[in-house]
Design a protein around this ligand. Structure first.
Ligand code: GRF
Length: 220
């Protein structure tokens, strides 16, 4: 990396990590020319994204609500287990050295609760998320499959990809960058998934760059 590091990203993953890989590959050149990933945290032990991070020399953490004993300690109250899990996750992030400037949810499949969001907000660490749909279209999980089904059943022409700020309402934070994806000439769900992933891999870098530019503007 030619430029001194100015921004540290902490990336949350749950799976393959192809979007994490896109950010890894983009660090060191525009718009992430002075940016590095300081840590990757996964809630799934077998997430291939952890392998990608280790290959890139990035520190990793596995943080899981069951393996961490949160459920066992709160057998009668699963919401308390999740809250404790989220608060510990927030502390892992806020106390990381170096302190991250931005958290990027890249294929992160765990809804982040208000205590988590409030804790990061108090530490002035914005959170952005990649969602493979347009705002308000298919919030939550399996968005690509749901878009494909809507295309087949109702003729829906477009789905899309967005990078947005994370608030407590799932997938409803302010969009940073959005791109529509046509389904009209797509032959299968697999083909749509590939088309969506190709857009994701470009937008996650563009969206991260824009979020860092907003942080830069606030720092003056
Ligand atoms: C992506 O569509 C992401 O939006 C979804 O999981 C898919 C794979 O993401 N949450 P990745 O390969 O783990 O980055």
């Amino acid at each position: 990396m030619s430029e001194p590091v100015r921004y540290n990203l902490l990336v949350l993953i749950s799976g393959n990590g192809s979007n994490l890989q896109a950010v890894i590959d983009a660090c060191g050149q525009k718009p992430l020319e002075n940016t590095r990933i300081c840590r990757v945290i996964s809630n799934k032990k077998d997430a291939y994204g952890l392998t990608r991070a280790k290959k890139a020399g990035i520190e990793t953490t596995y943080h899981n609500v069951i393996a961490g004993g949160y459920k066992k300690r709160n057998l009668d109250d699963s919401s308390k287990a999740r809250q404790e899990y989220d608060i510990d996750l927030a502390n892992l992030i806020v106390q990381n050295n170096p302190k991250p400037d931005l958290v990027v949810c890249a294929g992160w499949m765990h809804i982040l609760s208000p205590p988590f969001i409030d804790s990061l907000s108090a530490a002035n660490i914005p959170i952005i998320n990649l969602h493979p749909a347009l705002r308000g279209q298919f919030d939550g999980h399996s968005a690509i499959e749901r878009a494909w089904r809507a295309h087949q059943e109702t003729g829906l022409e477009y789905t899309g990809v967005m990078i947005h700020y994370v608030i407590s309402e799932v997938d409803r934070g302010t969009p940073i960058v959005t791109e529509k994806v046509s389904m009209n000439d797509v032959e299968s769900l697999e083909a749509l998934e590939q088309r969506i992933h190709n857009v994701e891999h470009r937008l996650i870098v563009e969206g991260t760059g824009k979020a860092l530019a907003e942080i830069e503007g606030q720092r003056g």
